[in-house]
Design a protein around this ligand. Structure first.
Ligand SMILES: N[C@@H](CCC(=O)N[C@@H](CS)C(=O)NCC(=O)O)C(=O)O
Length: 212
């Protein structure tokens, strides 16, 4: 297999769902860490980046940008992108739903979190969004498996990560969502994933810059 390299800031951020997928599928990858101090309009990594942003993922000669493109690519590469046309479409849909929530979450972290009112409003609104994923789970084998079908998919890694992000700020946010709670525990206990989740390399990486 060609060398797999993730180029990103020393963060979980948008790199983390990619790492969860790689770890759970037993892949080895190299981390190419770009320090914030080396990132500027004129830095070669930024200049070469197709959209001027990271993460970048390299598989041998192939360089990819856009975290969801990378997830879909790896989903296909490792056979975790849905098992037929119907599942492929549904996995894509769930992943887009996670992306919508991630964008809201970023606005929260970088803007709304600055005021007590902003934090309160976000927390009040959050169950409405989590409920959508609870319902997705309930519609697939009564919530006993994954978001789609019988097999984990790239959307599940992305969802797991966004749940972790929310629990960081709102530790009890899943308490009224039994299916999501069980799902999260089930995925976290997969052997390779749990090894990664408990690793030093993961715990030493902050979720966001300067925000713990
Ligand atoms: N849609 C892109 C967004 C990438 C993005 O926002 N990257 C941020 C870090 S998470 C970045 O590179 N920020 C530095 C910059 O914009 O100069 C993706 O999903 O990869």
């Amino acid at each position: 297999m060609s060398e797999l390299v993730l180029t990103y800031f020393p963060l979980r951020g948008r790199g983390e769902p990619i790492r969860l997928l790689l770890a759970d599928n037993g892949a080895s990858w190299k981390e190419n860490v770009v320090q914030f101090s080396d990132w500027s309009e004129k830095s070669p990594v930024k200049e070469k980046a197709v959209f001027g942003q990271m993460p970048k993922f390299s598989d041998g000669e192939l360089d990819l940008y856009q975290s969801n493109t990378i997830l879909r690519y790896l989903g296909r590469k490792f056979g975790v992108a849905g098992s037929n046309d119907r599942e492929i479409a549904l996995v894509d849909m769930v992943n887009d739903g996670v992306e919508d929530l991630r964008q809201k979450f970023f606005r929260f972290v970088f803007f709304e979190l600055k005021t007590e009112k902003g934090k309160e409003n976000y927390e009040k609104d959050l169950p409405k969004h989590l409920k959508c994923f609870e319902r997705i789970l309930s519609n697939n084998s009564n919530g006993t498996k994954f978001t789609v079908g019988d097999k984990i998919s790239y959307a599940d890694y992305n969802l797991l990560d966004i749940l972790h992000c929310h629990q960081h700020f709102f530790p009890d946010c899943l308490s009224s969502f039994p299916l999501l709670t069980a799902y999260k525990e089930r995925i976290e206990s997969r052997s390779k994933l749990s090894e990664y989740l408990n690793s030093e390399q993961r715990s030493s990486r902050p979720m966001f810059p300067n925000r713990g």
